[in-house]
Ligand binder design. Structure first.
Ligand code: ADP
Ligand code: MG
Length: 391
């Protein structure tokens, strides 16, 4: 039998899905999508075998033959077809509603992302996203660490502006989201999102997961007095909780659709500048509210710049004192450019600055939880940032 040119999707007894896109599948799927000359025809399903279906977002360009997988660390399986488009396959597709197709459709015409072409479904589960390939793209865990090592901060103004432009686009009505800005529900409303409780739960979980005494960071010079991470967290728990307090009165910030996982790794530097990708939401948060204060994204971006500083110290042996200065300048650059760009667009109301620090603290708790559960060697980054805040 001819191997199927479409990916193999299997359903396990527990109902979860698994997808395998073997070599050659991406190329042949793109060829099938291109058979429909217009997005409407692709939508008709010509060349698309059920139960697959396609939601076309923009006409596919001509795609030369050939495919190659993207080699960097990634959660999903992205394959470049014909050096023209990227197909991101989801190895564990979910039937839960996925935010990306709607967000990408809403953002049609937003220039600072990889142009989205199509979303591919298997029954009701999103299995792939097709976007433009950005030649020469590097993600921020590469390019931004290089900037840190070199002590340069000019990038900060660019990515701060990019984040603001993204939020302005998110907050601009479209056919997909005619009503993209929500005023917060009244304080007594049952539907009011409870940001304070979620953040406190994250803090409690981060503390619990790090409750045991663990060995000190092996990279520390011997003989230095040093609280291990568990001791440090215990000692600072009350202060961290106190930092979350503004969330209890987070009642006045307007809510918009946010990126939801806006760290430097999602900002690509490519031949023509910077672009933001990966609208899949935050894998470390279950049931995240779709509508959130813009400060949530900005807080994640600024903390990720701080993580870059920690990476530069640990992996590239940069002097920690130099990094303190670099981080301060870089994050100030991001925040200033963000605020300036919102003001230029007449949308200052989108940012409630009082939420920035509490969301940053919550983000660091989520990074600690993620490290404890999935990636122990990452713990040094959020711990390094937290320690630097209280130094
Ligand atoms: P994941 O969900 O696996 O994190 P991303 O969409 O963030 O997937 O992409 C993972 C990596 O693939 C990025 O960090 C980048 O290096 C590369 N990449 C993603 N999209 C593009 C693109 N449109 N053009 C070039 N490279 C890309
Ligand atoms: Mg990503």
């Amino acid at each position: 039998m001819e191997p199927s040119p479409w990916p193999a999707v299997s359903e396990r007894p527990d109902g979860s899905l698994e997808l395998e896109a073997r070599e050659g599948v991406t190329e042949s799927v793109i060829r099938a999508l291109a058979q429909g000359a217009s997005p409407a025809e692709a939508h008709d399903g010509r060349g698309v075998p059920p139960p697959f279906s396609v939601r076309a977002l923009a006409p596919l360009p001509a795609v030369p033959p050939g495919e190659r997988a993207i080699a960097v660390d990634q959660t999903n399986h992205s394959v470049i077809a014909g050096e023209t488009v990227v197909v991101k396959w989801f190895p564990r597709p979910s039937r839960a509603p996925h935010p990306a197709p709607g967000l990408l459709a809403h953002l049609a015409g937003f220039p600072r992302t990889a142009t989205p072409y199509a979303a591919i479904f298997w029954e009701d589960a999103l299995v792939a996203l097709v976007t433009a390939y950005l030649p020469g793209a590097q993600d921020g865990w590469e390019w931004c660490v290089d900037e840190a090592v070199a002590g340069r901060t000019a990038f900060a103004a660019e990515i701060g502006r990019l984040a603001a432009e993204l939020h302005v686009a998110m907050a601009t009505p479209s056919e997909i989201f005619p009503d993209p800005v929500r005023l917060p529900p009244r304080p007594d409303s049952a539907t009011r999102p409870d940001f304070a409780t979620r953040a406190e739960e994250a803090l409690r979980e981060a503390l619990t997961l790090h409750d045991a005494d663990r060995p000190n960071d092996p990279d520390r010079p011997d003989g230095q007095e040093w609280l291990n991470d568990a001791e440090w967290l215990r000692l600072h728990a009350d202060h961290l909780r106190w930092e979350l307090a503004p969330l209890a009165s987070a009642g006045t910030s307007p809510l918009i659709r946010i990126h939801g996982d806006l760290h430097v790794g999602q900002i690509l530097r490519w031949r023509e500048g910077y672009a933001v990708v990966d609208f899949d939401g935050n894998p470390t948060v279950t049931d995240a509210e779709a509508f959130q204060p813009a400060a949530r994204d900005l807080a994640q971006l600024t903390t990720s710049v701080e993580h870059v500083g920690q990476v530069a110290i640990k992996r590239r042996s940069v002097n920690p004192a130099a990094m303190v200065a670099w981080v301060a300048a870089a994050r100030a650059g991001v925040e200033t450019a963000y605020a300036d760009a919102l003001a230029e667009a007449g949308r200052e109301e989108l940012l409630d600055r009082s939420l920035l620090r509490p969301f940053e603290v919550e983000q660091e708790c989520r990074e600690l939880i993620y490290a404890a559960r999935h990636l122990p060697r990452w713990r040094y980054a959020p711990m390094g940032v937290l320690r630097s805040w209280f130094a």
